[in-house]
Design a protein. Sequence first.
Length: 207
Amino acid sequence: MAAIIGRKVGMTQIFAEDGARIPLTVIEAGPCPVVQVKTEERDGYSAVQLGFGAAKPKHINKPEQGHLKKAGSPLMRHLHEFSTDEVGAAEIAEGEMVTVESFVPGSYVKVTGTSKGKGYAGTIKRHNFKSGPKSHGSHNVRGPGSIGAAAYPARVFKGIRMAGHMGARQVTQRGLQIVDRDVQRNLLLIKGAVPGAVGSIVWVRPD
C-alpha cells in the first residue's frame, strides 16, 4: 500500500447487512505523479515527492515549473513528501503515477489534514474547562480562573491553557479503515471522519 494526496469531498453513509449504519468520508485521491525520489546519497535522506491537482502556469512560479518539467510531470498545485516506508520507494520511480488502486479495502490508514478554524475561543470551548457557579452573585461563570501565583514567580508559566485561536492546525487521525475504492473516479471511501473542511487537502498514509 502506498501514500497519496487527496481532497476531501464530503461524507456519506452505507448500511451493513445487519442494518448498522457506517459513516464514510469520500476522498478524491490522486492520480499523483512521482515528482522526485530522494536518496540518502544525494539528498541526505530518503523520501518520495508526489504531486496533486492540475494547475495553470500562471498559478505556479518559475522555479517550481522547472522542477516539475525536469521530472516530466504536468503542472501540479500541491506537492508533498512522504517517507520511503510509506510509499514503497524501492518499487517506484520518477514519472510513475500513484492511484487509489494501491490501497486495499479493509486495510488501515492515517489521514492528515488542516482542522476547521474556529476563530478566537474561550477556555470552556477550547480546552473543555468547567464553568463556574451561575448564581449567588458569581462573577466567574466562564472565566479561566487562576492562571498562576502572584508574589512568586510573579509571572505566568508558558504552556498554561488559556483562551486563544482554536482549530486551523495540522491534525492526524489514525486507525481509519478503507471500506472501498473507485478506481475509475479516483475515490477512496474511508470509515469515519477525517480532519478538515470539505475541499481541503489531505494526506493518506498506511497506519
